[in-house]
Design a protein around this ligand. Structure first.
Ligand code: SF4
Ligand code: SF4
Length: 464
């Protein structure tokens, strides 16, 4: 592998070997290499720590075995997470999001070169090996960078100027709003850094023969006329600043998204894989309760693996939900498509399925932080139900599945709502009085209305 020293043209070295500034440059190059090692090490440590915290938080959930229908699950990952299929129900945001997504995937290939250059002290290490292909790739990266930049600007306008209603609802408080704006702004600045770096690099290629030729980079040449006025040493500083800004930005961005809704960039993939494949409307019965009912009706009950006692009904806190529900909360993009389709929300009820997912994540984060600092964790006297999500919210749900259908990454807020409601109904007997009357009717008359079971099929009799 070529190092920063071997990359320098030998004639150039021969001419300037006694030149003090050359030694200064070489020392600077070495210093940069050392700084890069330190930066990468610190970033790697912080990112790893945070990822482990998130995994531990997800493990707070109940066990759930999901190992069936592997092909269907892989298909979901390919079509929904990778192919963005559900996004295209709303074309304009979908196409803008697609640019950012493809830009993120493809431009990150360039980050690989950044990493190798940073670690080995080289500059544009792939350029000599790829020749003309390098020029094509760099131009593709630049066009994608422009597409990302424009898409981010449009998204910022949609959020802050047009004020799209789904970004203005009650749960979009200061932090979620700031988070959305911050990430878009960071992406714009990172893309500008790429253009600045490429533009100054192209000028340096014409002034100093130890800069590897890249061929013309079409978009960044538009910036070169503005930079030509600067001296070579200033341009070197600009190029280096843009390079460092971009790489520190990428590492900082990676750490930041672990605290942000942008974690969906990674979490959408496992989330779609482990999503609920049952038909919408299927409600998970509790097998233990089914056994009890069957036994009351005198039907055979065969499953010997079931525990003798039913345990807790439903969920009061995050540890009563499954790990899959908790992972879904980390996957939520806060796009609000679920809330914008929710009939309860649209008719002015307090319920917002997006808030259900945000609250679940907030509770996990709170408990995780407390556990990480030796605090009380789950025993802090707070619960997901009551302290984060109120009964009024969960009681407003019609179980219509519109939110599930709307979610672009197959999140199911209804599962969490039903578990919380099951707890209220079965552990607290805390459902509204009208509901309790209905439950009783179902128990005694097998119908929500109060009439005798014997009269149930009267409607089918011929009138005399
Ligand atoms: S299932 Fe409940 S939360 Fe989801 S859209 Fe329907 S009413 Fe809203
Ligand atoms: S649950 Fe799905 S639709 Fe709702 S905000 Fe999260 S990602 Fe968007």
């Amino acid at each position: 592998m070529k190092t920063w020293l071997s990359k320098i043209n030998p004639n150039f070295l021969a001419r300037h070997w006694h030149n003090e500034s050359l030694f200064l440059s070489l020392s600077m190059a070495m210093l940069q290499q050392i700084l890069f090692f330190i930066t990468l090490g610190v970033a790697g440590y912080l990112i790893r720590k945070r990822v482990l915290r998130i995994l531990d938080n997800i493990r707070l959930g109940k066990k759930q075995e999901i190992s069936d229908r592997k092909n269907e699950r892989l298909n979901n990952v390919l079509m929904i997470a990778f192919g963005q299929k559900k996004m295209f129900k709303r074309f304009i945001p979908a196409i803008l999001h697609f640019f950012i997504y493809v830009g993120f995937l493809v431009i990150n290939l360039e980050v690989l070169e950044f990493m190798i250059d940073g670690l080995s002290g080289t500059h544009r290490i792939f350029a000599p090996y790829l020749g003309g292909l390098y020029n094509i790739l760099m131009n593709v990266f630049e066009f994608l960078a422009l597409a990302v930049l424009l898409a981010c600007v449009v998204f910022l306008i949609r959020r802050n100027v047009i004020k799209i209603p789904r970004f203005q609802s009650a749960e979009m408080t200061k932090w979620p709003t700031l988070d959305g704006n911050l990430i878009l702004t960071i992406e714009i600045v990172l893309m500008l850094a790429i253009f600045t770096m490429n533009a100054s690099d192209q000028i340096l290629q014409t002034r100093d023969d130890h800069y590897t030729p890249t061929g013309v980079l079409f978009l960044s040449t538009f910036l070169t006329s503005g930079l030509q006025q600067y001296s070579t040493s200033t341009l070197i500083n600009i190029e280096r600043f843009a390079w460092w800004f971009h790489i520190i930005g990428i590492l900082g961005f990676t750490l930041y998204i672990t605290y942000s809704k942008h974690l969906h960039i990674f979490m959408a993939f496992p989330n779609t894989y482990y999503s609920n494949l049952e038909p919408k409307g299927h409600i998970n019965n509790m097998p233990v309760v089914t056994r009890e009912v069957k036994s009351m009706l005198g039907l055979a009950t065969t499953d010997a693996n079931l525990p003798a006692e039913p345990g807790k009904f439903g969920a009061k806190d995050i540890n009563d939900l499954s790990w899959n529900n908790l992972m879904a909360a980390y996957s939520c993009t806060e796009c609000g498509r679920c809330t914008s389709e929710c009939p309860a929300n649209l008719t002015g009820k307090k319920l917002s399925p997006r808030k259900i997912m945000m609250d679940t994540r907030d509770r996990m984060e709170h408990v995780g932080k407390s556990l990480g600092t030796g605090g009380a964790g789950l025993n802090d006297g707070k619960f997901l139900l009551g302290d984060y999500i109120t009964k009024e919210e969960i009681n407003a749900c019609t179980s219509c599945n519109a939110c599930v259908e709307a979610c672009p990454i197959l999140i199911n807020p209804l599962e969490i709502i039903l578990e919380l409601r099951r707890y209220v109904a079965m552990e607290e007997s805390g459902s509204p009085a009208q509901w309790n009357a209905m439950f009783q009717n179902i128990e005694t008359s097998f119908a929500p209305w109060k009439f005798s079971a014997a009269d149930r099929f009267n409607w089918s009799k011929e009138e005399k």
